[in-house]
Design a protein around this ligand. Sequence first.
Ligand code: ATP
Length: 237
Amino acid sequence: MLLELRDLVTRYGAVEALHGIALDVGAAEIVALLGANGAGKSTTLKTISRVIAPASGTVTFDGRSLDGLTPEDVVALGIAHVPEGRRIFPGLTVLDNLRLGATPRRATRAEIDRDLDAVIELFPKLRTLATKLGWTLSGGEQQMLAIARGLMAKPRLLLLDEPSLGLAPLIVTGVMETIARIAREGTTVLLVEQNAHLALQIANRAYVLETGRVALSGPASDLLTSDEMRRAYLGSA
Ligand code: ATP
């Protein structure tokens, strides 16, 4: 497995948010992390990227423990985290936002320009927006920019936190299709989504969190038809 979490416990002060999570992500898979508000999905991603250090348990990436590493070390190893809320730089142009995504790699200008072309091919709209400032972009455009900036780090594993949040349904479909394409081209994806139905359409496997524990897991196709999943997370439709 490319990523393995074992017995992962994370606390915010006295509050324990994750009570011992075990989760695997294989190379080139899309794994969805589902669950209600406050279940611990964002905390799981933050613990993997070491924005928060776990209280106990292990995160192993490509056979190497992430214990004691900084968030910068983790990016350098090949894990990019696109947090919830599209934190792009509002005062910088789209191109400069993208270039900043490549900072952790210490790549040459020529390499960065080549990767810019590849990323823009994935999100063609960004070409016409290249010189626009971040704050002038619509929500969907900002989300695309946030994902594209994450890809500029050339990650082996992309952690995506709620990419569909606040977007119109048509735009969401486009974002999901692009995530599927990113995985087909070889980048592994761990996708946090509140919209379970949507995530299960593109994921290989999924884990459902409930108050800091894994309540259900399995192949996406099984979860889409599971009675328990339908009752609790997919609605009866
Ligand atoms: P959401 O979709 O709302 O982001 P989530 O599944 O990602 O939900 P988390 O944000 O990981 O859930 O939150 C898990 C638990 O940790 C919740 O009980 C939440 O209140 C708590 N929590 C999250 N961030 C903090 C923080 N900075 N300080 C204290 N408690 C926090």
